[in-house]
Design a protein around this ligand. Sequence first.
Ligand code: ADP
Ligand code: ZN
Ligand code: MG
Length: 479
Amino acid sequence: MAELEAVIGLEIHVQLATKTKMFCGCELSFGDEPNVHTCPVCLAHPGVLPVTNEQAILYALKIAAALECEVAPRSIFHRKNYFYPDSPKAYQISQYDIPIASNGRLGDIRIHRAHLEEDAAKMIHVGDSGRIHGSGASLVDFNRGGTPLVEIVTEPDLRGAAEAAAWARLLRETVRQLGVSDVNMEEGSLRVDANVSVRPAGSDELGTKTELKNMNSFRFLERGMEAELARQRELIEAGGTIVQETLHFHPEDGTLHPLRSKEEAHDYRYFPEPDLVPIAPTEQMIREARESLPELPAARATRYEGEMGLPQDVAALLAADPETAGYFEQVAGSASDIEPRVVANWVTGELAAALRQDGGEVTAAESKVESGALALLIGMVQEKKISHGSGKTVLATLVAEGGDPEAIVEREGLAQISDSGEIESIVAAAVEANSEAAEQILSGNQKAIGVIVGAVMKETKGRADGGEVNRLIKKQLGL
Ligand code: ADP
Ligand code: ZN
Ligand code: MG
């Protein structure tokens, strides 16, 4: 059977961090006492009229600009009818056939549409599954009801769980840097649903998809998609067929369970919302949204790859966090004679490791390692004034107490031994003391050289150049 390739499309709900709700003046809040941010509009009392939050439209326009979408000159709201206690109106105000934004892209992934809508209230199920005949109950917190949302829908362009999770992270960073949302998955201000199918590799047709919900971290998102892809592959390879359904992810054990079809049978009977005027952004609003964009991660990563020659993964890693990116650029600026690639490796490699070692509570930019100090340190290692190992020792000191790398090298006596006569005699002693390893090297076991290099490094407290030591050991052995 032909190999099966993964096909994934994501639907992302972004809660907008406006001051007030989508259609009323209630304050937005997370974690407050239940039902304190409510009013007749968001509780759907009879006769109330919604009014659209202009800030939400401006935020949606920023998202549209960042995702390179076309903005509809005139789009309207629709009522999406359904009956459930999380919606006192018994419908959600959303957009239907004409979304505010469409046909965009982020990186290589096409955006189908992005539309404005309101969030539902939050249901809290307590006790025995919350059903009326059990001992449980379902409670409703209306604080969330009416929160502005932008729903972003991709085309089915993603080809694997890891790729989809990485792209979702890029989207989150992008939206975060726009300053329009908290994008916190645990708190639900960013929610990602994944549509997953498989098909014979190379085929143009789409297979039957399932939809995964309730994945409240990127790790769970990836695990959920992986589990579902494995299930679909296995089923198809065994001659079965996929049933289109919605699956709920259970993070406790990583399993996926179908929602009962009753909960899934939709007929929303969309119709135009008669109480709201159309959204008709002016050219100026659209232009201002575009001009307000910071340099976003995707563009930054492209610049790092192109202008600075960084490998793609390092560029993406740095560009994902604007503070670390800014720090990297400062170090690279102070170390203008060092290749940016080398600087990037220190920032994402050695420095990141040293910060983790120190407890991992501060970022590079917040740390005591001044960008100029790191530039100096990298320069000293590059010029072989100190060994790479000593460089890491100095970095650990910089992380702990800050300061000047040259002074630390001086104080700790870490300057590389440049007197080759001195190293040569240490090497000779080490070869003698480790005659067994020397025999092994001579009989062809190259790895055994590590033992002698280690002995020399111990003796010199890491102050010898590794390459030079290797060379001298071989010379000593007559190789
Ligand atoms: P629905 O009508 O079920 O909501 P849509 O066509 O609106 O489906 O698509 C919803 C999401 O599912 C989009 O992100 C889309 O890219 C994705 N999608 C659609 N069909 C498939 C498929 N066969 N496999 C994977 N993803 C898909
Ligand atoms: Zn309200
Ligand atoms: Mg849909």
